[in-house]
Design a protein around this ligand. Structure first.
Ligand SMILES: [Zn+2]
Ligand SMILES: [Zn+2]
Length: 100
């Protein structure tokens, strides 16, 4: 899990979570601003992402796990029963011949 990222509310430059001053524009700040919902709060509020919308920008978003479509479970075709029946009859016939 990547930590949430923080951006200067004045110039939008990315800043570190513990920065007290923007390295880009020099603005002092003791709050961070959510780039998604514009919520501003203390740095500690953003430890696990935006407390309002849950936004936490990640370097790489985990792709959705691929889910195979479920195979429809319908009744077996008639030829399956015929094949099983014929195989059974054939095995019985072989056994009968072998016992003779
Ligand atoms: Zn700035
Ligand atoms: Zn937010």
């Amino acid at each position: 899990m990547n930590p949430p990222r923080y951006f200067c509310e004045n110039c939008g430059a990315e800043v570190r979570r513990n920065d007290k001053v923007c390295r880009n524009c020099g603005r002092f700040f003791n709050s961070v601003k959510c780039p998604k919902c514009d919520y501003s709060g203390e740095v500690k509020d953003f430890d696990f992402g935006c407390p309002v919308c849950g936004y936490a920008e990640r370097a790489t978003a985990a792709p959705e796990p691929f889910k195979a479509p479920p195979v429809p479970a319908g009744p077996l075709p008639v030829w399956v029963y015929l094949a099983v029946g014929l195989a059974f009859v054939g095995i019985v016939a072989l056994l009968v011949n072998a016992l003779r």
